[in-house]
Each structure stands twice: as C-alpha cells, then as structure tokens.
Design a binder for this molecule. Structure first.
Ligand SMILES: CC(C)=CCC/C(C)=C/CC/C(C)=C/COP(=O)(O)O
Length: 292
C-alpha cells in the first residue's frame, strides 16, 4: 500500500509516466522515496513529467511543506526552490484578504448607488446646490476663520480657553487628515466632479473624508462645551450625519472614507480633551494673551 505522503490524489508519484516499478522509490518502496518525491517536484517545474499538470494544481505551500522535509532527509540535499510570493497569495488568499476585498467591492458599489447628486444630470441633481452649501458648512476655512474671529472678540477667559482648544482641535484635524491622505493615497471616486472650494494638494485623495472628521470632532466638541437646548443638540448631531452622507451623495467620497472619517474625528476629540490647553498646563499661551 503506498504511503500517503508519496501520493498525489491517491496515485503514486511518477506512475503516470509508466516508469514506475512496484517496489521502486517512486512507488514508495525504496529508502530514498522522499528525495524522489522532491525530484518529481523539480521535474514538474521543468515540465519533464506529464503528471505535472495535476501536481501543479495542488502546488500550494501546504503541499510543498509536506515535501521539502522529506527531500532534506535524502542523500543529495538539493536546495528547495521557494515558491514565488505572488503565487502563494493567489493560491491561498487569507480570510482577511477575502474579507477586505469583499468590503471594498461593497463599498464601491454602495458609494456609486448613493452618489445621486454627483452630477447635475444625476437622479437627485437638483439638490446638488444644497449639498454644496452643506459642504461649505463643514469646510476647514470657515471653521478656522470663525474660531479665530470669536477668539479675538472673546472677553471672557473661559470662552478664550474653549476657543483656543477648538482652534487646536481644528489644526490637529487638518494635520492628521493630511498625513493619512498622503499615506493611503486613495483616489476619489471616478464620478466626482473636480469643483470643490479651496482644497489642499492632499485633497485629491479621499481617505479619510476631512469633512466627516471635522463634523464628528466639532459636533462632539460643541456638545461637550456649549450648553444647548435638546433640539439644538439634536440639530448638531443631524448636521454632522447629513454632512457625512452628503459627501457620498456628491460623489466626493466612498462610504468607508466617511465612516472612517467619523471614527477619526470622534477619536480626535478624545485627544483634544486629554491634552486640554488651560492656564494651568500651558500658562505661556494665556500669559502672552494677557499682555496684549
Ligand atoms: C491653515 C490651513 C492649512 C488651512 C487650510 C484649510 C483648508 C483648505 C482645508 C481643506 C478642507 C477640505 C477641502 C478638505 C477636504 O475634505 P474632504 O471631505 O473632501 O476630504
């Protein structure tokens, strides 16, 4: 009975060429069987054995791992040929790889479906101007200028402290989004129109959405530092959500850009809260202010 290690699909190695003799190494009867199997593998690579088609089909790292140790035990220690990386990946895609590819495919499909205001001629093209207004409401420039203006006009220390931290939060957000966009370099969706108001060079990339990070960061900041009536609090959350959705509807982003943007913006607030600037931990900022 042939040893399972020396068979491919239940057949003895080398038997297809008619050269196998029962009791020979090819049949598993000889002492150098392991080496023979390895040589069969090498022959296969060179295309010498017609049984190779079947062998190549099962030529996965798992099969190879079973062969190379046997080969090393033989008298002639030929160095095993390492399998090419890309072939390994093709034959054994990991679960994570498959999951990521599926997620990306769903992301692209869903983003295309939701991009209903990407062009004037799109299904919801008539609401595009409204979406662009929302886009400006979450743009970095109005938020930076507005915060600076309020900071200069503020006459209370408590107000200045909060506004100083909002400014820090907005700058941190711009920095982190620019770094991640520059690292990931994911292109904006193909259906996006290049008509965005005042962009930086990294804004040709889409991951993560800067509007979504700002929306999550600013809304969390406002909810934590402004005393607002419940309807206004709901409005703030709604604004953030609709702003994120509008990025996909305008065709500026894929869904995952916005989802990650929300997550990043939420986490950024935690960083700002942790590093909260106050006269106690950065007195220099506030002393300089006092001298003006
Ligand atoms: C101080 C300084 C560097 C200000 C630059 C403000 C600015 C131009 C921000 C860009 C905002 C923007 C267009 C982000 C892109 O948002 P996405 O949602 O399309 O990623």
């Amino acid at each position: 009975m042939p040893s399972p290690r020396r068979t491919i699909e239940g057949r003895p190695l080398g038997s297809s060429g008619g050269s196998s003799v029962p009791g020979s190494p090819a049949h598993g009867g000889g002492s150098g069987g392991g080496r023979f199997e390895f040589q069969s593998l090498l022959n296969c690579r060179a295309g010498a054995d017609p049984a190779c088609a079947r062998l190549r089909a099962s030529d996965s790292p798992v099969h190879r791992r079973g062969s190379f140790p046997l080969a090393a035990s033989g008298p002639a220690q030929a160095a095993p040929v390492p399998p090419p990386e890309d072939a390994r990946m093709n034959l054994n895609p990991s679960f994570l790889g498959i999951a990521l590819r599926s997620l990306l495919a769903i992301d692209l499909w869903l983003s295309k479906k939701l991009g209903v205001c990407a062009e004037e001629s799109s299904a919801w093209g008539s609401v595009r101007p409204l979406m662009k207004l929302l886009e400006i409401s979450g743009h970095g420039i109005p938020w930076l200028l507005g915060t600076l203006y309020c900071l200069l006009r503020s006459d209370s220390w408590a107000g200045r402290e909060v506004l100083m931290n909002l400014l820090f939060a907005l700058l941190l957000d711009l920095l982190l989004v620019a770094v991640i966009k520059g690292l990931v370099r994911r292109r904006r969706p193909a259906h996006n129109q290049k008509d965005m108001f005042f962009t930086l060079s990294v804004d040709k990339y889409s991951f993560p959405s800067g509007h979504a990070t700002r929306a999550a960061l600013v809304s969390r900041f406002i909810l934590n530092h402004l005393v607002l009536a419940i309807p206004l609090r709901v409005l703030v959350v709604l604004w953030a959500f609709v702003l994120g959705l509008s990025r996909v509807m305008l065709g500026r982003h894929n869904v995952t850009d916005v989802a990650f943007g929300f997550f990043l913006g939420y986490m950024q607030y935690s960083i700002v809260d942790y590093c909260w600037l106050s006269p106690h931990n950065v007195p220099v900022l506030f002393v300089l202010w006092n001298q003006q």
